[in-house]
Design a protein around this ligand. Structure first.
Ligand code: GLY
Length: 375
């Protein structure tokens, strides 16, 4: 078993550690203990995660003399809503969670985002600890302090920046994930290589299959490198005035595809990110920014991993190019009505731009949709 490793996020006044490795739920008291002003925590989780990991966490805390109480919410994206948010905040108040206490978010991105937002507003802000249990949450959503819920108008439109005080990414829990969820999370891992580290992408080409098969050292390395990259970007641009948008490589396409598929299980977020990365490289190649081989190399790796790669991998109907472009107009990166894209000058060399010729964008989507028609 590999040992745990730590990535420090040195944000002034709110620095924290992301500890990564197997067995961290069983060892949670060792890491949490130092943060507590009194020996009790409130845990918020969902029913799926609770059935797998809640007993292990509460037993570990009990054994260290830390009392805990838990609220278990329904699993799924619909939980990121005002009713479950209100329920969570009112439960935390009923539990008499005080300003100096710590709230623990045990779960994937939905729980982390909702609980982080609840902690941000409870008594004008209490500390919280993320214990992310999906690969996607370990490499992306648990780090960086974006918290919030969805609105009827769109995803993540209500929220706050509130950094966690600690993240415990227990890579052992990845063994319990369904393969589809693991691979969807891997879409975000690939994103980091593509956006800023060609060497990491090359490492993934070689080691991705071992990671998917369960190799603990490969999992730890991939999570650590992803978190390191995310931490560097968040420290440069916490509130996304510039560089943080790089983390949205593939997301402009992904958000349109998620909206087109009704945020259903036809397309998981990480699957949309993977397809979106391939389309972003198509667009970059079409604009002459990167070589024609780069999009093929991206797709070859996604295919080798057994991931969704093209629009033809999305079941059911999709709208036409004009409708997909209209859906992109709802993207949070739109400024003054102009779409912003993350494009690439090569693998590992992404940048943010709003200078995308509309005809080339339409051609990329036309081609992708016509491949689907012929699939
Ligand atoms: N998931 C993108 C970000 O944290 O900025």
């Amino acid at each position: 078993m590999p040992c745990a490793e730590t990535v420090h996020v040195p944000l002034p006044g709110r620095a924290y550690d992301v500890v990564i490795g197997p067995g961290l739920i069983a060892g949670a008291a060792d890491h949490l203990g130092g943060l507590l002003k009194r020996p009790r925590v409130a845990i918020v989780t969902d029913a799926h995660v609770a059935s797998r990991h809640l007993d292990a966490l509460t037993a570990a805390l009990d054994a260290a003399g830390i009392a805990s109480s838990a609220l278990t919410l329904p699993p799924g994206e619909a939980t990121k809503s005002w009713p479950q948010f209100t329920r969570t905040v009112e439960w935390l108040l009923a539990e008499k969670i005080e300003r100096r206490d710590v709230v623990v978010a045990l779960g994937g991105g939905v729980i982390g985002d909702l609980v982080g937002f609840a902690a941000a507003v409870l008594r004008r802000g209490v500390r919280f600890v993320q214990i992310p249990t999906s690969l996607l949450a370990q490499v992306d959503s648990s780090v960086g302090g974006k918290t919030g819920i969805n609105a009827p108008q769109g995803k993540n439109l209500i929220g706050a920046f509130h950094q966690p005080s600690l993240v415990l990414a227990d890579t052992g829990v990845l063994d319990t994930l369904p393969r589809r969820d693991l691979l969807a999370g891997y879409g975000e891992v690939v994103k980091y290589g593509l956006l800023g580290d060609a060497g990491f992408f090359e490492w993934l080409e070689t080691n991705g299959p071992a990671l998917a098969a369960g190799d603990p050292a490969a999992r730890l390395h991939a999570v650590r490198r992803s978190v390191e990259m995310k931490a560097e970007i968040v420290v440069r641009d916490e509130t996304e005035q510039g560089d943080r948008a790089l983390l949205n490589l593939g997301h402009t396409f992904c958000h349109a595809l998620e909206a087109a598929t009704g945020y259903s299980d036809r397309l998981l977020h990480g699957e949309g990110v993977a397809i979106g990365c391939a389309l972003a490289f198509d667009l970059s190649a079409r604009m002459g920014l990167c070589s024609q081989e780069d999009p093929s190399r991206v797709r070859a790796h996604l295919r080798a991993m057994g991931m969704k790669t093209d629009l033809s991998d999305i079941p059911g109907d999709l709208p036409d190019t004009a409708a997909l472009i209209a859906l992109m107009g709802q993207d949070k990166k739109v400024i003054d009505g102009k779409l912003r894209f993350i494009l690439a000058r090569g693998i590992g060399a992404a940048f943010v731009t709003d200078a995308v010729p509309a005809d080339l964008l339409a051609q990329v989507l036309d081609d992708a949709l016509s491949l689907r028609a012929h699939a």
